[in-house]
Design a protein around this ligand. Structure first.
Ligand code: ZN
Length: 114
């Protein structure tokens, strides 16, 4: 992979990681402040469902951050862009679209259809 593209991907991953960290910090503080004692049952139901959504979002962000961190690590080892299953190099276009992917398109579609 060309150095320029690599730098670009690294920048994109790093800023996405920062956004996710900010968002999760915000979600954490929102969840901590969640009002479970709302007197109205409808308010309580709304609070519960938005809490549920916030937790889902938080967990998804956490997974994404882990995967971005793994991608940044493989970049520092120089092993970035290799499929974790077959070891072939992942196409540059795929990496530009999904910088934290760990699978080539073939392995991904095999997984998706299994
Ligand atoms: Zn593969």
């Amino acid at each position: 992979m060309e150095t320029i593209a690599m730098e670009q991907l690294k920048g994109a991953l790093t800023s996405e990681l920062q956004n996710l960290q900010l968002e999760n910090r915000w979600l954490e503080s929102r969840l901590a402040k969640q009002d479970r004692q709302a007197p109205d049952i409808m308010d309580r139901a709304t609070a519960e469902s938005s809490e549920h959504l916030a937790r889902l979002k938080y967990a998804r962000n956490q997974q994404k951050m882990n995967s971005i961190q793994r991608a940044l690590e493989t970049m520092s080892h120089g092993a970035y862009g290799l499929c974790q299953l077959c070891g072939e190099s992942i196409g540059q276009n795929r990496l530009l679209a999904l910088p934290d992917t760990e699978l080539c398109i073939d392995c991904q579609s095999t997984l998706d259809h299994s």
